[in-house]
Write a protein that binds this ligand. Structure first.
Ligand code: SF4
Length: 105
C-alpha cells in the first residue's frame, strides 16, 4: 500500500516524516513508514503528556493497516512511551500479561 494517503488525516501533516516515522524507518524499515497511518497525523497525539488524552491517537490506530505489527513490535521491545498499535503503555503491559497467561494454558 505504498504511497497511500488517507485524506481523513492528511490535512495536518501530509507526507511529513514525523519523529515516530523516523524511528520506524531506522528500526523497522521503510515498509512500515509507508503504511503507518500516524505518518499523516500530528505526532504529538501519540506521545501525550501526563494526563493527556490518548483518544485521537487511538482513533488513528484503529484505522491503521499495520496496527498488529506495530503492537507486536512495541510489546516485544517493551516500548515504554507513547501509543503503539492503539494501546497505551499500561494497556500494552496488560495485553502482554494476557498473552503470556494464554500461552501457559
Ligand atoms: S498502529 Fe498507530 S502507532 Fe502504530 S503505525 Fe499505525 S497509526 Fe502508527
Amino acid at each position: 500500500m505504498s504511497g497511500f494517503v488517507d485524506t481523513r488525516y492528511s490535512n495536518t501533516t501530509k507526507n511529513r516524516l514525523t519523529p515516530l516515522m523516523q524511528w520506524f524507518e531506522v528500526n523497522i524499515g521503510p515498509s512500515w513508514r509507508s503504511e503507518a497511518l500516524c505518518a499523516q497525523t500530528d505526532p504529538e497525539a501519540f506521545f501525550p503528556g501526563k494526563g493527556g488524552s490518548t483518544q485521537e491517537a487511538k482513533r488513528v490506530c484503529a484505522d491503521c493497516t499495520v496496527r498488529k505489527q506495530c503492537l507486536d513490535w512495541a510489546v516485544e521491545h517493551d516500548e515504554r512511551f507513547g501509543i503503539w498499535g492503539g494501546m497505551s503503555e499500561r494497556e500494552r503491559r496488560r495485553y502482554k500479561k494476557r498473552m503470556r497467561a494464554q500461552r501457559q494454558v
